[in-house]
Design a protein around this ligand. Structure first.
Ligand SMILES: [Zn+2]
Length: 194
């Protein structure tokens, strides 16, 4: 079990993946209990601020008719359209002004599930002497999975904050967890606040 304040160390970064309205209940591509990650992530964000650990927030940010949409032959309903309400971060997510946004899904020629996919994030983290990333957000088996695997491929230690993420389906979530563990990531849960 991980306590955010005790866990975060120099050389760490916190990556909050795609905590956007469209991935929460009522959104265009809702994840069951997706908004349940918000209070957990708020504790990690607060602890990261106290520890001077840099905070990154990725967002899916699609142009109209993006190739990942069903209407264009892709897998998903239209979601996270650039500048739409659905693409906004959940209103209760307490991202500080110092959080650095990582925008993805903007490319016309491919989708980008991972915050590391053609965004330059690995270079940015190395420039800040980051060696380990703590990852939470949505969805556990899609963009969190891809981001964690991307971090491992780039040589970062990676920890999944287990109760700060939710899968599209439980079965997909279980197989994503296995895959992330096999890639060398750790899966942690957060201690309950006392
Ligand atoms: Zn997307």
């Amino acid at each position: 079990m991980a306590d955010p304040t005790a866990s975060l160390q120099p050389g760490d970064a916190l990556i909050v993946v795609d905590v956007q309205n469209d991935f929460c209940p009522g959104g265009a591509l809702p994840i069951d209990d997706g908004d349940a990650v918000v209070p957990v992530l708020n504790r990690w964000i607060a602890a990261a601020l106290d520890a001077h650990v840099p905070i990154y927030a990725s967002r899916d940010w699609h142009p109209a008719g993006h190739r990942s949409f069903k209407e264009s032959g892709g897998e998903w309903p239209a979601h996270c359209l650039q500048d739409s309400d659905g693409a906004r971060f959940h209103p209760d997510l307490r991202l500080p002004a110092s959080a650095i946004l990582v925008t993805k899904g903007v490319r016309f020629d491919k989708d980008q599930y991972s915050a590391f996919d053609d965004t330059g994030l690995a270079t940015e983290l190395r420039n800040r002497q980051v060696r380990r990333v703590w990852v939470g957000g949505l969805a556990q088996d899609v963009c969190v999975r891809a981001t964690v695997l991307g971090a491992r491929e780039e040589g970062f230690e990676a920890v999944v904050i287990g109760d700060a993420t939710r899968p599209v389906t439980r079965a997909r979530g279980a197989s994503a967890s296995d895959e992330m563990r096999l890639a060398g990531a750790l899966l942690e849960t957060t201690d309950e606040a006392s």
